[in-house]
Write a protein of this length. Structure first.
Length: 96
């Protein structure tokens, strides 16, 4: 791998290093949701959620779909759910 690819991979994992972003991604594992739905589900403000979603979009972890005035967010692709699933499996191994 090139130095640039190592750097890109490190940046990707930094995005996963925030509890709020992990919670957002976990909610989106189940179904697409609006900012308001995510904010309600996590007990946070829409502004705080929008900030995190913007970062997740720039990192290509979530995508947005507009329907009228509403915007719905979902995981960008199956790789994101695979990363989350592998992480959960890894931390759960110690529980057995």
């Amino acid at each position: 791998m090139t130095e640039e690819k190592y750097s890109d991979l490190a940046e990707l994992f930094k995005v996963f290093g925030d509890v709020t972003r992990i919670k957002i991604l976990s909610l989106l594992l189940r179904e697409e949701r609006s900012v308001g739905d995510i904010a309600d589900g996590l007990g946070m403000t829409q502004s705080a959620i929008s900030h995190q979603l913007n970062l997740l979009r720039r990192s290509k972890l979530v995508k947005a779909r507009r329907e009228g005035k509403s915007v719905y967010y979902s995981l960008d692709d199956d790789h994101v759910s695979a990363i989350l699933s592998c992480g959960m499996e890894h931390i759960s191994e110690g529980d057995a």
